[in-house]
Write a protein that binds this ligand. Structure first.
Ligand code: B12
Ligand code: SF4
Length: 476
């Protein structure tokens, strides 16, 4: 939407299609085919200069390739441009494998999109290093133009929500008050996308919230900054903006940068879920992750995380703890360190809320480790392999997944820990209620919109899920 807003401000005629929300959820094989046909019918008579596909994750990339193939079948002349995180970290492979993609925009795309557009409407070739942040085929090789500087966020107007064709279908709104992250965790791709942390002007955020309030009656929000709360002064200003807007929101942050003293104020303005990228509590693992470079920071990391979780319990905020289980190089001692930490948090929860259905709950979200292309971790694999690392190689649409993290830790043990940790979550009716507010689409509405896109199996799982949610029963 930021691209459309930017292009629109420059006088370009743009249309956004949000596949899942506009057409429905393709939850069976025919579903996807049907949606592709729907897309083609929809754009068939439009005068199109070029089509851009946004690929935030591997799943999006797969659907986008299928759509691109279908477009090229009806009109091979329409330039197809891919952009987003996934296309940025897999550029070369994408362009080598799929001729249906003419070029990939790496990193941020506002100015590059405009340059592409100008050249296309002026009849000039887009396969030129004159356009920054671009990759394209050149005979048998892939050419990358130079990276441009990152755009000043004040130069992008507040998002124009009018581009969303079905505003009433969005059960949650998204707010971004900053882009990028000053850290450089080994497994993360944020530094590849944008290597500088930048903030949105406060006036723009205020305007954004006002427009969202006017256009959509839902009051659920996800604050999508990679690191919300890193700057206390700004966080207070954002709280001021959100104070009377009446949103319930979730935000994501890191264990050592978020000041626990800010939590009560954020809670009062609607911050009810804190996604904490804890990942591990083992010093060795955190150092391997490059969470911090200096061992002395470890203490601060653990102390702050402990305090934050305590404050969440005291102030009725649901902490969602993201954990990476079986990071390359891990041993059982590393995993056990995290389990011990969590057991302490759970004991604390039970002291605050002896009644097990009471309170905000505690969500423990253990993940098996993905190795993202171009992350620092992806370049360290040979060293880890010497110490027993094994992994399942992914492809463009499926991430590479760690199996045995080291010769001292097997995949089966990691899976057992994952199961164990999942069972430790404290899920109360309030937790369920809050989780439901975070779901990005209203399954019921989408299924009603076109039930033929869904298999009976999935339909019954989803309706069981809805019933579960309605009756606020526990997940386990
Ligand atoms: C919202 C979000 C989601 C949503 C996606 C919603 C959607 N429809 O896009 C949901 C919740 C589904 C999601 C899921 C996951 N996500 Co996510 N998600 C995000 C998040 C928080 C915000 C993305 C965003 O809107 N950014 C803001 C915009 C302005 O930036 P942008 O997307 O980069 O867009 C710019 C450029 O990329 C470019 N661009 C983008 N599209 C296009 C298109 C064209 C044509 C052009 C020219 C340019 C261009 O220009 C834009 C403006 O400059 C990011 C973190 C972050 N803060 O960015 C993580 C992030 C993208 N997710 C991530 C991950 C790992 C996941 C999961 C794998 C997590 C998990 N373990 O399950 C899953 C994958 C699910 C799946 N099955 O595919 C990672 C990395 C992904 C990657 N491919 O490298 C990120 C970076 C978080 C992180 N730091 O780890 N996610
Ligand atoms: S994992 Fe989080 S803290 Fe680490 S670099 Fe990525 S966005 Fe920043």
């Amino acid at each position: 939407m930021t691209l459309a807003t930017y292009l629109d401000a420059k006088g370009v005629d743009v249309r956004i299609i949000d596949m899942e929300l506009d057409y429905g959820l393709p939850l069976n094989e025919n579903g996807e085919k049907k949606l592709i046909n729907h897309f083609i019918d929809d754009i068939f008579f439009e005068k199109i200069d070029w089509i851009g596909f946004s690929t935030t994750t591997h799943d999006h990339c797969q659907t986008s390739v299928n759509l691109a193939l279908a477009v090229k079948e009806i009109n091979p002349e329409i330039p197809i441009i891919f952009g987003g995180y996934q296309a940025t970290i897999t550029t070369e492979d994408l362009l080598k494998k799929y001729n249906c993609i003419d070029a990939v925009v790496v990193s941020e795309g506002e100015r590059t999109s405009f340059n592409i557009h100008q050249r296309i409407v002026n009849g000039q070739s887009i396969f030129t290093s004159k356009i920054k942040n671009l990759a394209f085929r050149n005979n048998d090789s892939i050419m990358f133009s130079a990276r441009g500087s990152l755009i000043d966020l004040a130069k992008i107007p507040p998002l124009k929500f009018e581009f969303l064709e079905n505003m009433d279908k969005y059960p949650i709104m998204s707010l971004l008050s900053s882009r990028g992250c000053p850290f450089n965790c080994a497994y993360c791709t944020e530094q590849i996308m944008r290597n500088r942390y930048r903030v949105e002007p406060m006036k723009k955020i205020a305007r954004q919230v006002k427009v969202m309030q006017e256009l959509n009656s839902v009051r659920n929000m996800g604050i999508n900054d990679p690191l919300f709360g890193i700057n206390s002064k700004r966080t207070k200003q954002i709280c001021q903006i959100l104070k009377d807007a009446n949103y319930s929101f979730a935000y994501e942050t890191r264990a050592d940068v978020f000041k626990p003293s800010m939590l009560p104020e954020i809670q009062k303005t609607g911050g009810e879920v804190m996604l904490l990228g804890l990942e591990s509590t083992s010093k060795d693992t955190l150092l391997r992750m490059n969470k911090f470079v200096d061992e002395s920071c470890y203490h601060q990391y653990i102390q702050n995380a402990t305090k934050l979780i305590d404050m969440c319990f005291q102030h009725d905020v649901t902490p969602m703890l993201s954990l990476m289980l079986g990071y390359p190089g891990d041993t059982l001692i590393d995993l056990q360190s995290t389990v011990d930490f969590l057991n302490k948090s759970i004991a604390l929860y039970s002291r605050y809320y002896p009644d097990e259905d009471a309170g905000p709950g505690l969500m423990i979200c253990p993940h098996i480790v993905f190795i993202s292309p171009q992350s620092r971790l992806s370049y360290q694999l040979n060293d880890y392999k010497k110490k027993g690392l094994s992994y399942e190689e992914g492809d463009l649409f499926r991430p590479t997944m760690v199996k045995n993290p080291s010769s001292k830790l097997k995949h089966t043990a990691v899976l057992n820990y994952k199961k164990k940790l999942l069972m430790l979550s404290k899920i109360t009716p309030k937790t369920m209620d809050r989780l439901m507010r975070l779901v990005w689409c209203d399954f019921k509405k989408l299924i009603e919109h076109d039930p033929t896109l869904v298999t009976n199996d999935i339909l019954s799982t989803l309706s069981a899920y809805q019933i579960l949610v309605k009756s606020n029963r526990k997940l386990h």
